[in-house]
Design a protein around this ligand. Structure first.
Ligand SMILES: [Ca+2]
Length: 271
């Protein structure tokens, strides 16, 4: 339910709600997994202490000295991320009470020191609207995959190898439902086209963008960022198809149009 408070200030008419494309159910599920990534104490709220705990977890995992430039950089980026979310919540509250341009029903309370799940999803709905790549996001968001890349790249040589992926899945994400070694092998082969291309920060950012932007379960390498949905229906279908059949993915399906971007084609061929 929206709230329209008319006649405040110089505005005499409520502004129409900003039209944004709804998140797909799949995007919501992914974003909930991403929420849980940050919600360290799993209480359904993102708060300052969650990010402090995440910072501790990261410096322990990556073995960064607490006062090192990497540790400081990581803390700064996550702090900025959290503060930007809180500012967005404050703006949502203001919009809802001022001109009705925001739906008050998704704002759980007026405490702008924490973010609830519904508020998180609403923010992402706006952030993802019209976005095609990481470049379309605010800077404070573009830096998140860069930090995660540094966390995974424990050897610090600016490329991620299969061993580092396995360590990330087992030691950092603490994957329990899948074999970290198996997922690491699949992830590495898919993202690098069986080792032809390096898994550097640029390809990692492409994966991250795919994680955020993919609207349906047949999305590409983004699934390996948090090892979510690594066994999608499409993957299971692919197994029963001839190995070289990259066009007809389903019996009776229309021929799929591929992107002209060679890196996108590369991902699909190996998905
Ligand atoms: Ca929390």
């Amino acid at each position: 339910m929206s709230t329209n408070v008319r006649g405040r200030g110089r505005r005499t008419q409520a502004l129409p709600k900003m039209q944004v494309s709804k998140l797909s159910q799949f995007q919501e599920e992914k974003l909930l997994i991403y929420f849980n990534f940050f919600d360290d104490n799993k209480d359904g709220l993102l708060e300052k202490n969650d990010f402090e705990n995440l910072q501790r977890k990261i410096v322990d995992y990556a073995a960064w000295p607490e006062k090192s430039s990497l540790a400081n950089w990581c803390r700064e980026i996550h702090n900025t991320f959290f503060h930007s979310l809180c500012e967005r919540k404050a703006a949502m509250i203001l919009d809802a009470s001022d001109d009705g341009s925001h739906d008050i029903s998704i704002i759980k309370d007026t405490d702008t020191t924490h973010i609830a799940v519904e508020e998180w999803l609403s923010m992402w709905e706006k952030l993802l609207h019209g976005a095609m790549s990481m470049n379309d996001f605010p800077v404070w968001l573009q830096l998140l995959p860069k930090v995660l890349f540094e966390v995974v790249d424990v050897k610090g040589d600016s490329v991620i190898d299969e061993e580092e992926l396995e360590e990330y899945y087992s030691g950092f994400l603490k994957l329990e439902d899948h074999d970290p070694k198996d997922i690491a092998r699949r992830a590495y082969n898919d993202i690098t086209d069986n080792g032809k291309y390096p898994l550097n920060v640029q390809s990692f950012e492409q994966c991250f963008a795919n994680f955020l932007l993919g609207r349906s379960t047949n999305f590409g390498p983004g699934k390996y960022i948090l090892a979510a949905f690594v066994d999608t229906i499409e993957d299971k279908i692919q197994i029963i198809l001839p190995k070289d059949d990259v066009i007809e993915r389903r019996p009776g399906a229309k021929r799929r149009r591929f992107s002209s971007n060679p890196s996108v084609k590369r991902y699909w061929r190996n998905a």
